[in-house]
Structures are given as C-alpha cells and as structure tokens.
Design a protein around this ligand. Structure first.
Ligand code: NAD
Ligand code: IPM
Ligand code: MN
Length: 349
C-alpha cells in the first residue's frame, strides 16, 4: 500500500508552492499516493466553509498532510469562524497537532540575504518548538461592550500543566537529537500563564539531566535572536510567542520563503507547511520561493513516513541548489517558483 498524502494547497501562493513540492516528491519515485482537497478561502468559495467535512475527512484518512497556506484579503470581512485562517487552526486542533517544529538554519550562500551581518547570520542553526493547540489562540474569546459603552475584545491566554509538560518533552527530546541545549521562552515576569509554563518546564527537566536548560523572557529572546542567533539550539515556547519568533528567525536566516514546519500529534500523524502565509502581494506571479514547502515535504518524509534517507536527499538538494546560486526574488535572484524547484530537482539527480 502506498502512503497517502493529503495535499491542501489553499490560497494565494499556496497552490504554487505545493505544486513544486509535489514535483520534488514525484522525482524521488517513492511509493506515495496523493489526494488533493480545497481549504481556506478557496474552500469557502467552492463549498461555503474554509474547512469542509470532505477536506477534514481526507486529512484524517491520510498518513500525512502537505499544506500550502490560507488567507485571502477578500475574506477578511467574513465572520471569524468563516475566515480562511480557521481552516489551519481547525486542522491543528481537530487532529491534535500540538507540537510545531520550526527549524531555522542558514543555508551556505544565503549570508547576504539575511537581514543580519553575514558573520552573525552564518551561525544560525536552531529549532523553534512551538506549542500549537493552546494559549491565547484557543482560549475563550469575546467581543462586547463595557459598562461604559466602549467596544471591547478579549482573548484568554491559558495553559494547563499537561499541555506544557508534553510540549516541554518535545523540546527536550529535540535537544537530545542536536546540541543538548534547550531555551524556554516565556514572559514569567508578568504572566501567570508563563509562570506555570516555567514551573512545569523545570519539573520536566528532571528527566533530561543531559540537556542544559535555560530560560529567557520573550522580549529579550527577540533581541538576542538578532544580536547573536547562533546561541540558540532548541527554543521551546508557547503558541503566540513561537509564531512571532519564527517569522523573525526566518528573516535572520535569509527569507521567510526558506522556513519549513511540522505540526505533530506525537503519534506519527503530521501536517507539514511553510511557516509563511498566502502572500497575496505576489500570488499568481511565479515569484514565490518554494523552498520552505519543499523542505516541509522533507520533514513529512522523515517524521510521518520514516523515510529519513529521502528526506536527507531533499535537504541536501536544496542546499546544493542554493550553494549553486539558485535564487528567487526574495533571495535577491530572478528565478521563478518553477525554476527554483527545477534547480532542486536537478540537484537530486
Ligand atoms: P505572509 O507570510 O503571507 O507574507 C509576508 C511577506 O512575505 C509578503 O511580502 C510576502 O510576499 C512574503 N512571502 C511570504 N512567503 C513567501 C515566499 N514563499 N516567497 C517569497 N516571499 C514570500 O504574511 P501576511 O502578509 O501577514 O499574511 C497574508 C495572509 O496569509 C493572511 O491572510 C494571513 O492570515 C495568512 N497566513 C497564513 C498562514 C498559514 O496558512 N499557515 C501563515 C501566515 C499567514
Ligand atoms: C502560522 C500562521 C498562523 C498562526 C495563522 C494563519 C493562523 O501565522 O502558521 O504561523 O498564527 O499560527
Ligand atoms: Mn505565523
């Protein structure tokens, strides 16, 4: 039986970058079957809902999911539950994908694409482990009116100890596969949620005496990431802080078009997607960098299908293409989305 991969292209550049990742997977000639379904604004337009039952059903049936991006300015006026972004939030929640791995490394040759000085950027090799199904994203929300008649909005930031402990374990386990350093990022000087986070991370650390644990406030972490990003091995943090820090890490490493991610349930199921969004400003122009999605496909092979050698081959091919000067516009080059993928496929051979 071939492994079933659900492809959910989504909106904007999502279809462009998933098509190229699919071509890279095809070039490996593995035993894979693909099934595609609409998601996000595209699904709302076709079926009246950003995450139709048929799409969720495919995501449940599949061995792994390759996701493009969702979000369309034409849908920003819809009620929140119908907005494209609800599709990715719904998939994460419904499939229990609590652990988000966002590796950020500087590919040799991209030193000048980084927003940092080249010698500072060169040292970037970190994994941000972002909690993905809790925090202010999924706490109680409301829009209403105060006693004084002012409009107000609320989003509750909340974690329980089990949620923190399981993502902390993913952080420690990830550090064990790398340089054995884990930095937990929080805002424990102000937030009770963060004080719980810190207490629980320290408790879990007792099981990982071989990992050096440190703690950093998120504001300092944002500063340290541009001052000396090479200091980070693995970062573990909450949903909101991880979202923000990973976009920042991407530009330190050259471009948001380079960072892949894996959203894992801890039992092998995963959704793999670039960290970037639907990029409406460049959609349909063939200007999107497909590398983040191609590298997400590599993570899919490694984490959900156990095909580590094939995953390594893709990552080596991306590195070789970059080293050979392949550059989309975000990296200062002129290659189209398709041409960039062609260069990766050539490097596979
Ligand atoms: P974005 O990541 O889509 O784009 C930010 C900037 O980065 C834009 O200038 C864009 O052109 C550029 N960019 C992004 N990906 C690129 C790539 N592969 N190659 C070259 N340039 C790239 O973020 P945004 O503009 O804040 O959001 C646009 C929409 O995407 C919104 O609707 C947002 O909610 C959604 N979004 C979705 C996801 C997701 O599906 N997981 C993630 C982030 C944002
Ligand atoms: C991401 C995105 C999503 C998030 C949005 C689109 C819901 O920014 O995957 O980083 O905030 O998690
Ligand atoms: Mn984000």
């Amino acid at each position: 039986m071939p492994h079933l991969i659900a492809i959910l292209p989504g909106d904007g550049i999502g279809p462009e970058v998933t098509a190229e990742a699919r071509r890279v997977l095809d070039a490996l000639a593995l035993d894979l079957a693909f099934e595609e379904a609409p998601v996000g604004g595209a699904a709302y337009d076709a079926a009246g809902h950003p995450l139709p039952d048929a799409t969720l059903d495919l995501a449940r049936r599949a061995d792994a999911i390759l996701f493009g991006a969702v979000g369309d300015p034409r849908h920003d006026g819809l009620a929140r539950e119908l907005r494209p972004e609800q599709a990715i939030l719904g998939l994460r929640k419904q499939l229990g994908l609590f652990a988000n791995l966002r590796p950020a490394r500087l590919f040799a040759g991209l030193e000048d694409a980084s927003a940092l000085k080249p010698h500072i950027a060169a040292a970037i090799d970190m994994v941000i482990v972002r909690e993905l199904t809790g925090d202010v994203y999924f706490g109680l929300k409301s829009r209403g009116t105060t006693a004084d008649g002012l409009r107000e909005g609320r989003d509750l930031m909340r974690y329980d100890e089990a949620e923190v402990a399981r993502i902390a374990r993913v952080g420690f386990e990830t550090a064990r596969t790398r340089r054995h350093r884990l930095c937990s990022v929080d805002k424990a000087n102000v937030l009770d949620t963060s004080q719980l986070w810190r207490d629980v991370v320290i408790e879990v650390a007792a099981d990982y005496p071989d990992v050096a644990l440190s703690h950093m406030y998120v504001d300092n972490a944002a500063m340290q990431m541009v001052r000396d990003p090479g200091q980070f091995d693995v970062i573990v943090t909450g949903n909101l802080f991880g979202d923000i820090l990973s976009d920042q890490a991407s530009m330190c490493a050259g471009s948001i078009g380079m960072l892949p991610s894996a959203a894992l349930d801890g039992q092998g199921k995963g959704l793999y997607e670039p960290i970037h969004g639907s990029a409406p400003d460049i959609a349909g122009q063939g200007r999107a960098n497909p590398c983040a999605t191609i590298l997400s496909a590599a993570m899919l092979l490694r984490h959900s299908l156990g095909l580590s050698d094939a995953a390594d081959r893709i990552e080596v091919a991306v590195a070789a293409a970059i080293a050979g000067g392949a550059r989309t516009p975000d990296l200062g080059g002129t290659l189209s989305t398709r041409e960039m993928a062609d260069r990766v496929i050539e490097a596979l051979a």
